[in-house]
Write a protein of this length. Structure first.
Length: 112
């Protein structure tokens, strides 16, 4: 079991902003996840992988693909009040779910 967090790199967010957006995504996906899967994930150490995409379109494509596979996925929108000048889609989290199911969707992405 693992969770995948996907971050947009085209926004040029600083490290702190990336950490905050990844955290928002992880928690939101966990809250929406199936209890059995989330309990298993917790018991196994909460494995996560953080990956990158270079555009909003790529972020949406990953999100839509996860949803089409009936996986829990959340999209995070930053309010645009600090580093970003307007509201922006910044991150997606998928799972927790079976490693192979997540890899099927995210396997082509590179580590952040």
């Amino acid at each position: 079991m693992k969770q995948a967090i996907i971050i947009r790199t085209d926004l040029k967010m600083d490290k702190g902003k990336i950490a905050a957006q990844a955290s928002h995504a992880s928690v939101a996906a966990f809250i929406e996840s199936d209890k059995k899967k989330s309990d298993e994930w917790l018991s196994e150490g909460m494995k996560k992988i953080v990956l990158k995409v270079s555009s909003k379109k790529d972020l949406y494509d990953i999100y839509k693909e996860a949803k089409s596979e009936n996986m829990k996925a959340v999209m995070i929108t930053d309010a645009g009040l600090t580093q970003l000048k307007q509201p922006e889609k910044t991150a997606v989290a998928i799972g927790p779910d079976d490693d192979k199911k997540i890899d099927k969707i995210t396997g082509k992405l590179k580590l952040l």
